[in-house]
Design a protein around this ligand. Structure first.
Ligand SMILES: Cc1cc2nc3c(=O)[nH]c(=O)nc-3n(C[C@H](O)[C@H](O)[C@H](O)COP(=O)(O)OP(=O)(O)OC[C@H]3O[C@@H](n4cnc5c(N)ncnc54)[C@H](O)[C@@H]3O)c2cc1C
Length: 197
């Protein structure tokens, strides 16, 4: 029997939500855990002054913004760069425009409509959200038993793999699957266009 692996994504900021999207599209059962009562709070704050999604400058100029990390990030940006970020936003119904500075913004400048549409799409794809769950791990290999502090006390969640920010850990069953390798490869690229902020 081919059972979808369960993957825990810790942190529901834009990085975690993009990881959840890629993992879900690859067939995983995705659970997003966040310490706060709602996801994307910093992202919403970012939208207050006008959400700068990416930049319109030519790719060879854009990649120079990443300094010492350019070599590491350039292959990912080639896969998911400024144009893909704009297309991704358009897929959520959010059109963008290029400001006089060359920076790219949603037409209404706000983050809230984008986040709303994104969460709607993730939920429709089966991603489950667990708010007020503060992960108690420290990055050690605790695959299979993730401990969270919740208002109801400590809870333990099981997962075949988990990711937190840019750190990912997988149990042996997940690592062996082609889907697992595929998801890990895609996940490295997604979201890179916005990482220059
Ligand atoms: C005022 C302001 C303006 C900005 N403007 C822009 C902009 O215009 N364009 C742009 O691209 N960026 C902007 N940024 C930056 C942008 O908000 C961040 O780069 C982005 O939010 C980082 O995303 P992230 O997912 O890595 O982390 P975060 O958004 O910080 O998300 C991390 C999540 O993890 C959760 N978490 C942390 N620890 C735990 C734990 N132990 N257990 C469970 N959950 C946990 C947090 O509650 C949070 O929801 C701005 C930021 C600020 C503050």
């Amino acid at each position: 029997m081919n059972v979808s692996p369960a993957v825990a994504v810790i942190g529901g900021g834009p990085a975690g939500l993009m990881a959840a999207e890629v993992l879900s599209a690859s067939g995983a059962q995705v659970h997003v855990y966040d310490a706060m009562p709602s996801v994307g709070r910093k992202f919403l704050l970012a939208g207050r002054g006008g959400l700068n999604l990416t930049h319109s400058e030519p790719f060879d100029v854009f990649v120079t913004r990443f300094g010492e990390r350019r070599a590491q990030l350039e292959p990912m940006l080639a896969e998911f760069g400024p144009q893909q970020a704009r297309e991704w936003a358009a897929g959520l119904g959010i059109e963008t425009f290029v400001g006089t500075s060359g920076r790219v913004f949603p037409t209404d400048m706000k983050a809230a409509p984008l986040l709303r549409a994104w969460l709607h799409r993730l939920r429709a794809a089966g991603v489950q959200f667990h708010m007020r769950h503060r992960w108690l791990g420290d990055g050690a290999l605790d695959v299979g038993a993730l401990r969270f502090a919740t208002p109801a006390g400590e809870v333990v969640a099981k997962a075949d793999a988990w990711c937190w920010r840019w750190v990912a850990r997988a149990g042996p069953a997940w690592a062996r699957t082609a889907r697992g390798r595929h998801a890990a490869g895609q996940g490295r690229g997604r979201g890179a266009a916005a990482a220059s902020q």
